[in-house]
Design a protein around this ligand. Sequence first.
Ligand SMILES: *Cc1c(COP(=O)(O)O)cnc(C)c1O
Length: 394
Amino acid sequence: MMALYLTQMSRNTKTFNEVTDFIRGLYQTKDFIPLHAPLFRGNEKKYLNECIDSTFVSSVGKFVGEAEKRFAEIVGADYAVAVVNGTSALHLALRVAGVKAGDEVITQPLTFVATCNAIRYLNANPVFVDVSLRTLGLSAESLKDFLESSTIVKDGRLYNKTSGKRIAACMPMHTFGHPLELDEIKELCDHYNLTLVEDAAEAVGSHYKGKHVGQHGKVSAFSFNGNKVVTSGGGGMIVTNDEELAKYAKHLSTVAKVAHPYEFYHDELAYNYRMPNINAALLLGQLEELESFLVNKRELSQKYQAYFNKLEEIEFFQEPENCISNFWLNVVLLENREIRDEFLKITNDQGVMTRPAWNLMHNLPEFRNSIVHSDTHSKWLFDRLVNIPSSVIQ
Ligand SMILES: *Cc1c(COP(=O)(O)O)cnc(C)c1O
């Protein structure tokens, strides 16, 4: 038994070393290979210089409006509001969607902590419903089961039978850029009078049935952090087709100041979340590169797919049916937790950055007491999933 186990381990070691070499071959470098590095090869410097020369680097300047317009066009939505990061975009998206203190928001256990932090910033609470093994995002089937078994409609509002709390919204996340089962999720949300807020932080450039994600619900949030497909240093965008919501999000992001030539009047408690002009300048340059980044990243994912298809020990995660993923972070699945850990150790020891999935949200102190409807797939994925280097290849 021991001998067999060792043979298995050494066979994996050999394969994982070969994988490391393969990735080095793709990136043509002996240096450290990060998971996702930004690339500036377009008008970024030009716009940044314009910004500095004009002195408008902060809360006033033309680049914010230009980046918002450009982003709305890319997504195919009517309005985009630029904010300081993806987390603040989620916070305001939930706020304008009507989430109030004491409410519950349905989301997935397998996500980045920002999704759930945004819910808690409003003194609301997450309810965890499992992800799909086909999309890595919220499962429509699990959502249906939760809604049928655990909720009740009173006076047109949805309540959780277990906690008695109102369920105000459903905020699924497009994991690693792979689109959610949006038709099914939207149909359920509509049926139960549940506001759909997409956490599209990772999904710039991803399409579901020919439509860019982030416009299927009432409002959505994107991130332009340095590790995302395009970056503004730090930044985020709230996207909606609802003019009132867009105006309100903008108002809340600019300390709720009522427009006036010189007077300061703020009509409610709000935030300083507006994206500075200098970040917007960088973002505009990056958005011009988005198409070419997406083509490059798709080619990379196809190379990975062809390579991993030949390996028995490692499965490459493919984009869901009828979807175009941005392949933000490529995903491989290992046989079990031990083998995953061996893969992580070998690759990272050799300077090829790989990462496991995030710890499931209800394993974090802040969300330990949250309601968990289902997490079987999330646990299964956590044990096996690894992200591998996915930067645009120069
Ligand atoms: C990146 C990310 C965010 C937002 O992150 P910021 O760093 O605040 O821009 C939110 N949700 C998910 C799922 C993310 O991956």
